[in-house]
Design a protein around this ligand. Structure first.
Ligand SMILES: [Zn+2]
Ligand SMILES: [Zn+2]
Length: 165
């Protein structure tokens, strides 16, 4: 994982923190980087984009920006803890807006259609904290990816199966 954030920091993350980060890092937030960030902010939480997706969106909006710049901007925004990165889809590095308010969320990914669903589980968070405590481990991140077949794909394969039977 690229960045390690104390659990407490995840809890306290808020719009205020966002503003603070933007102010202190103001000089580093170039217009291009800001465009990348506002793309995620406009889409809202729960959107997972690859660097190619970001590049495509920006180009469609009439921004002349190279893929290399997009990559650099994404890396920096992750370092600034404004975005999260993860390989929610196998072999595909995706980015999403970091969630505030202590909402640690996880991902369920369909192996057939790559559909990604988010979920929040207090049980998983509590269990992770307990296990870390027992092991004397300072918990910095809780991230779980469940892989399987989504409801739609399961229904589709059922429908196909019944056509042939
Ligand atoms: Zn997510
Ligand atoms: Zn699916």
């Amino acid at each position: 994982m690229a960045n390690r954030i104390p659990a407490a920091a995840i809890q306290q993350y808020s719009q205020e923190h966002l503003r603070e980060v933007l102010n202190t890092a103001g000089r580093r937030l170039t217009p291009q980087r800001e465009k990348v960030l506002s793309l995620f902010q406009n889409l809202g939480l729960g959107h997972h984009l690859t660097a190619d997706d970001v590049h495509h969106h920006l180009k469609q909006a009439g921004n002349r920006v190279s893929l290399a710049t997009v990559y650099r901007s994404l890396k920096l925004l992750v370092a600034m803890r404004l975005l999260d990165e993860g390989e929610w889809q196998e072999g595909l590095r995706c980015y999403e807006l970091r969630q505030g308010g202590g909402k640690i969320h996880h991902h369920m990914v369909c192996m057939c259609c790559d559909h990604t669903e988010e979920f929040v589980s207090e049980v998983i968070t509590a269990a992770s904290r307990d296990m870390s405590k027992v092991a004397g481990f300072e918990l910095t991140e809780v991230r779980l990816i469940l892989r399987g077949i989504c409801r739609r794909c399961r229904q589709r394969s059922k429908a196909t199966a019944s056509t042939f039977s």
